[in-house]
Design a binder for this molecule. Structure first.
Ligand SMILES: [Zn+2]
Ligand SMILES: [Zn+2]
Length: 329
């Protein structure tokens, strides 16, 4: 049997092929989870240690640090992470910065004219850039604030959320984690993602967590799938099973260098669920490190729904903020 490295340990199960859909974790039972949490608490009690920040490693000043699930994060790191701020797109969770907002609650703007008009109207509403709840529909009830991307093309996932914008210290941490072998950063990023999940009852109740897969070539280069490490941290926080259920069919190639539309076309059909029976009827929480355009998560969600998943949600460590050129359609 082939072997691949997961989180520093050699675990059975090939990256692709018959073993792909093997559960990365033993099926979680609430009892097993409770025991593992209890064991950690006992260990911490018996061997108390000066806990450092899981992100920067510095001794955390207890007055300003915060325990997020089982990890301590110092006030310095918490203060520098660009957490996502309202208003955000109801669907993809991206911060809205005054661009097209569906203020009618009746559907999505369908033409450039509509979008321009909505943009103008949105900009006339006091506080629209400060608070999504100020975006009122024609009935006087809060309308759904959606970004122009989600409004235009729709999404296969029901909701995506990220810890912060892909910027500043968060971008630095993710780059270290992803490109420089800093697997240890999965814990800090993962518990922050879990905290985000805990805010949303539907995301919290998902049956399984599925990492966005890497292509086998990229996995071989990097040695680990960063999304999988994050998924396992989130899974540990909630006692939710992590299931490596999706395979990526299209290689890394030139994807990052392609323009937006080309990239979107390139990613279409890039994912496959080889064992649909393991997904059927399940509420899936898809985990990734960064949501950029949202197309990758969207295509994964499409493959999962096609395989029979009941619902798909997405959690990520970061989401790209809107860029100026993205406002031009
Ligand atoms: Zn820190
Ligand atoms: Zn959106």
């Amino acid at each position: 049997m082939n072997e691949h490295i997961v989180d520093g340990m050699t675990k059975p199960g090939p990256v692709t092929g018959p073993g792909l859909a093997q559960d990365l974790e033993a099926p979680s039972h609430s009892v097993a989870h409770a025991i593992s949490v209890f064991a950690k608490k006992v260990f911490d009690f018996v061997f108390p240690e000066e806990e450092g920040c899981v992100l920067c490693g510095k001794a955390a000043d207890s007055r300003h640090s915060e325990e997020v699930f089982f990890a301590v994060i110092c006030g310095d790191c918490l203060g520098r992470i660009p957490f996502v701020q309202e208003p955000i797109c109801e669907v993809c969770g991206r911060p809205l910065r005054g661009q097209a907002v569906d203020i009618t609650g009746r559907g999505h703007p369908s033409s450039i004219g509509d979008r321009e008009r909505l943009k103008t109207r949105a900009s006339l509403i006091p506080g629209v850039e400060g608070n999504a709840s100020d975006v009122l529909g024609s009935t006087g009830t809060p309308g759904r604030a959606v970004c122009s991307d989600c409004g235009k093309q729709g999404r296969f996932f029901l909701r995506a959320r990220a810890v912060g914008t892909y910027d500043g210290v968060l971008r630095d941490l993710i780059r270290e984690f992803k490109f420089y072998g800093r697997r240890d950063l999965a814990e800090g990023l993962g518990v922050l993602m879990a905290r985000e999940v805990s805010q949303d009852i539907r995301m919290r109740r998902c049956d399984i967590i599925v990492p966005v897969p890497l292509h086998p070539i990229r996995l071989a280069e990097r040695g680990y799938n960063q999304a999988e490490l994050l998924a396992k941290e989130v899974g540990f926080c909630f006692g939710t099973r992590v299931q490596d259920s999706v395979e990526r069919l299209i290689g890394p190639g030139e994807q990052n260098k392609l323009g937006r539309q080309l990239r979107k076309d390139h990613i279409r059909g890039a994912f496959n669920v080889p064992y649909p029976a393991r997904i059927a009827g399940k509420r899936v929480l898809l985990a990734d490190d960064v949501i950029t355009t949202g197309n990758t998560a969207n295509e994964c969600a499409r493959a999962l729904l096609r395989a029979g998943a009941a619902e798909v949600y997405v959690i990520a460590a970061a989401i790209s903020p809107f860029e100026q050129e993205w406002l031009v359609h």
